[in-house]
Design a protein around this ligand. Sequence first.
Ligand code: NCC
Length: 338
Amino acid sequence: MVARENVSLLFKLYCLLVMTLVAAAYTVALRYTRTVTTDMYFSTTAVCVTEVIKLLLSLVILAKETGSPSRLCNSLKENVIGSPKEMLKLSVPSLVYALQNNMAFVALSNLDAAVYQVTYQLKIPCTALCTVLMLNRSLSKLQWFSVFILCGGVVLVQYSPAEATRVQVEQNHLVGFGAVAVAVLCSGFAGVYFEKVLKSSDTSLWVRNIQMYISGIIVTLAGVFLTDGEAVIEKGFFYGYNYLVCFVIFLASVGGLYTSVVVKYTDNIMKGFSAAAAIVISTVASVLIFGLQITLTFSVGALLVCVSIYTYGLPRKDTTKIEIKEPSNNFSEKLISV
Ligand code: NCC
């Protein structure tokens, strides 16, 4: 029993670490592909191809889970063709994620990767707010405090005073920050919506993913033609694709699937906390293995991350005053439960 729990904990840690490392590599590689001046690929097609790859990979995993091709077909008949209502439900996060994934390209075409990563951390409080409002959970004052401390900690950990990279492409910072703001809202809402659908039934994660990626392909394909239609017809769908662009799409696909596994076994707020811990751990590992120099900013940020993880996990009755009262519909009481 204990051995089984250890294996499951190790599996969760493994998924979190892979998710975080993939996310870091993805942001840097994506930024790099958007700073070259020649043969720029269409970012809308990259988002669409990512949905196709995630769908194919999820089908392979579901085939393994069901055990035989005929059971796979039955499951697809039941859950895809025979469940229009469920398909419609999953089209909501797929639409929002499609917007978010496109916004990441807009933001990283206009902002430095480090600036993007730092500002994108606003998704942590946004996710906490969505969790409270949509999943009817409440956070204590201390937990809210921890969420903001975590946000500050991650900003410091990722903040690098190094000079911004010089690029030859036109950049508009206002557009970049606007895209980050939209991505932050989308990440919080879509993540919590998906979690709600996933955890409110016994339907397999891979079935849910397949339902979401099918509408994802339709939505992102519409995005290709609405945004870049004429140019894509003239130059071709895969115009400007090279090994690095394919690598970015590969990372986006793998990262998306790992994200879904992490949300299944933990939740969206924990995803933020754990990713922060993984960033700190991987940097400390780099110090030990490669002799990387740690800055004061990093040390303060890492300390804040550790403190926030500890305070977020403190039992509520140790830290709060309990008051027994009738359940309330009051908005502010729902946000903070003391
Ligand atoms: O922003 P974030 O995730 O919340 O975005 C979630 C990403 O996962 C995909 N997804 C989600 C659920 C699901 N069932 N299947 C999925 O494929 C969504 O399509 C969306 O792309 C994070 O918490 O910081 C994280 O950040 C992203 C990415 O770095 C940012 O969005 C940057 O633009 C990471 N994605 C990748 O590394 C590819 C994600 O792992 C973690």
